[in-house]
Design a binder for this molecule. Structure first.
Ligand SMILES: Nc1ncnc2c1ncn2[C@@H]1O[C@H](COP(=O)(O)OP(=O)(O)O)[C@@H](O)[C@H]1O
Ligand SMILES: [Mg+2]
Length: 234
């Protein structure tokens, strides 16, 4: 049965699409064995369809399967019954007008990822999404600080982390840094596993691999053999 991860924040431009496609890319990289069957599906439910545009740009070049859902409640409810994937990442619209889409999609969610840039302007809209939309549904969720610019220093990051902590929202330890390359890449329709192999690209890629590792997307851990304890062992 697929695990459905909904990427949500009713503020636009926080990194929903970026997280959806790049988490999908690194998860595919780790889980794929059979080139005929992708273990990962990305679903765009955004009528403005930046992910679709992304898919158009690269055509078959995306490493994971991709669909644009029509926005009917029936179509969205079907997300729940998807079986042939291990992970489904659902990109959602970034505006309040499309609240009905977000609500329908959350019906099918196993968990929610809430990207949030480290800037005070994002605090209120992120609060509204979490307190009024996610929490009342009892969904498990995690806030991911995205697009932190290390050159700007740690104060915005720390202020954001403190804000999240004060509200007792679960937050990812991994912070996704801001890379100019990332902004370029979305214009070029590239995902992080397709970046050129230079140092900055490797750092960007590392952020997404680390995040996917923290979120547990890499597959089922092999149980370690029980360690025998007792006397007489050297
Ligand atoms: N970590 C990041 N580093 C650099 N640019 C980013 C990062 N995350 C998002 N962006 C850029 O910010 C813009 C908005 O991101 P996007 O993922 O489209 O947000 P949303 O889907 O929430 O509206 C895009 O141009 C995207 O490339
Ligand atoms: Mg988007």
């Amino acid at each position: 049965m697929a695990r459905v991860h909904v990427i949500a924040n009713q503020k636009g431009g926080v990194g929903k699409t970026t997280l959806a496609v790049n988490l999908a890319a690194v998860t595919t990289d780790v889980l794929s064995g059979d080139p005929e069957h992708s273990p990962v599906l990305v679903v765009s439910t955004d009528p403005q369809a930046s992910t679709v545009w992304w898919a158009d740009r690269v055509g078959d070049g995306l490493p994971f399967d991709f669909v644009q859902a029509d926005q009917s409640p029936q179509d969205l409810a079907r997300l729940r019954s998807i079986k042939q994937y291990q992970h489904v990442f659902v990109d959602t619209p970034g505006s309040l007008e499309n609240g009905h889409i977000l609500h329908a999609v959350l019906e099918a969610a196993d968990d929610v990822i809430v990207p949030m840039p480290p800037e005070p302007l994002a605090f209120d809209p992120t609060s509204r999404t979490i307190e009024h939309v996610i929490k009342p549904r009892g969904l498990s969720y995690k806030v991911v600080v995205n697009a932190w610019e290390p050159r700007d220093g740690r104060s915005d990051l720390e202020q954001t982390r403190a804000f999240i902590e004060a509200r007792r929202w679960p937050q990812a330890k991994v912070v996704v840094r801001r890379y100019k390359l990332q902004t370029r890449a979305s214009a070029d329709g590239l995902v992080v596993t397709q970046y050129p192999r230079n140092r900055v690209a490797m750092e960007a890629r590392e952020d997404f691999f680390r995040l996917a590792l923290e979120l547990g997307f890499g597959g089922t851990a092999v149980a370690a053999a029980p360690v025998k304890t007792g006397v007489g062992r050297s």
